[in-house]
Ligand binder design. Structure first.
Ligand code: AMP
Ligand code: MG
Length: 393
């Protein structure tokens, strides 16, 4: 049986980013840059005021000085001319500094009488001035290939004059759920029926990972239905995630149906809890990720195995779940021989609570869990133990 690291690196070794496309920046939120992006302009683009006040020559603007205001520089304009001896100009935050000025006196430090401006608190050269290029220089690399474009990156690229970026294509990920017991929400449950929920969670996690989920109808536990469902999903999608049907029971058809379709099973079973029966295969270069049906197993295997693969399909440089240190508020014990990804709730202070019953069928804890703690085999962690929290929300 593979370790998690072996399974993960074996998958990542055969998964490549999909193609690239040029996109207007306005459509690029959440996408991954495929080509480095450079600043088109300096930021700030020109020396400008950090305050509403008066642009002055600092040498003349000591406390008590009286200056003549000769005009104003509203945002989006430029001062026509140059400040002369004893002159100042009304200026606003972000407006270009007039030629000849080298400082700004803030409005609160002046007394104004007609066009005479008395300085009540003098300034030094460059006080309240933002200098051209002090933030970003034109030509500077402001986005590396592999970087996911989120709010901050979009601010930077947009401000620096980048109108279009080259990003990786968003993979379409098929989502199938197998099981004769599964019923659609809102329908009446027959004997032994349960409401299907893995597709909901998997589609949400796929979207969080930057890809586009495509959810397919429920798949009954027959060879024929499983082959048909896989065939349809692989025809439409860049990869397929199935849930259920990967254990050892005689009603588990995912592996055999996939092979019947011509897919190659690369591995089955990973030494983790929950999620041991995870399957990875390939059909025509497209990955199959077979997660177990138990809802907690489905989510955990998605987070630690499928998510990095989907990010790599998008060319993302960072494949790991966000994480932070925390301190256990409850004792945790893993008596098994597989590392256990326990479901936890981490609060803002870093206290880490067990989210509830740590069993692979138990969905109760999923309502409040926001992270996982990887507890090694045969290990007890006492309350107060430092841990790393892998966050998924
Ligand atoms: P399986 O992996 O098919 O053996 O399923 C393991 C357990 O997970 C069984 O109790 C199933 O009823 C349950 N299960 C399987 N698929 C789903 C699903 N899509 N939604 C909720 N529970 C499921
Ligand atoms: Mg099943």
């Amino acid at each position: 049986m593979r370790t998690l690291e072996e399974a993960r690196s074996e998958m990542l070794a055969v998964i490549d980013p999909l193609g690239t496309a040029a996109l207007p920046l306005v459509d690029a939120a959440g996408r991954v840059l495929a080509v480095d992006a450079a600043a088109v302009i300096d930021l700030p683009r020109f020396d400008n005021s950090a305050m509403d006040g008066y642009a002055v020559r600092a040498a003349e603007a000591g406390t008590g000085a009286k200056l003549q205001c000769i005009g104003e520089v509203p945002a989006g304009s430029e001062f026509d001319g140059e400040l002369g001896d004893g002159q100042c100009a009304r200026i606003f935050t972000g407006s270009p500094l007039p030629a000849g000025a080298n400082a700004v006196v803030m409005q609160e430090d002046t007394r104004v009488d007609g066009s005479t401006v008395e300085i009540t608190d003098g300034v030094k050269p460059f006080e309240h001035v933002r200098l051209r290029g002090e933030d970003v220089k034109a030509g500077e690399c402001i986005g590396q290939a592999g970087m996911k474009l989120q709010a901050g990156q979009l601010q930077l690229l947009g401000a620096a004059g980048v109108a279009e970026v080259t990003v990786f294509r968003r993979p379409v990920i098929g989502v199938l759920a197998t099981g004769d017991e599964l019923c659609e929400p809102g329908t009446e449950l027959g004997a032994g029926g349960i409401y299907e929920s893995n597709r909901l969670a998997l589609a949400a996690l796929i979207r969080d990972a930057g890809a586009e989920p495509r959810v397919f109808p429920l798949v009954p536990d027959t060879m024929e239905a499983t082959v048909d469902a896989l065939k349809g999903a692989f025809a439409e999608c860049d990869a397929v995630v199935t849930s259920g049907g990967v254990s050892v029971g005689e009603h588990d058809y995912v592996k055999s149906a996939f092979e019947q379709l011509g897919g190659s099973l690369e591995f089955w079973r990973v030494k983790i809890k929950p999620g041991k029966p995870f399957v990875f295969g390939r059909l025509g270069g497209k990955p199959l990720f077979g997660v177990p049906g138990n809802p907690v197993s489905a989510m955990v295997t998605f987070l630690v195995l499928v998510r990095p693969a989907i990010l790599q399909m998008q060319g993302a440089a960072d494949l790991d779940l966000p994480s932070h240190p925390g301190v256990l508020a409850d004792p945790f014990a893993n008596r098994g021989d597989r590392r256990h990804f326990m479901r936890v709730h981490a609060d803002a202070a870093g206290n880490v609570y067990a989210a509830g019953l740590q069993a692979s069928h138990a969905v109760g804890p999923l309502g409040k869990a926001n992270g996982l703690v990887d507890v090694p085999p045969e290990t007890s962690l006492a309350e107060g133990a430092p841990v790393k929290v892998l966050r998924f929300s």
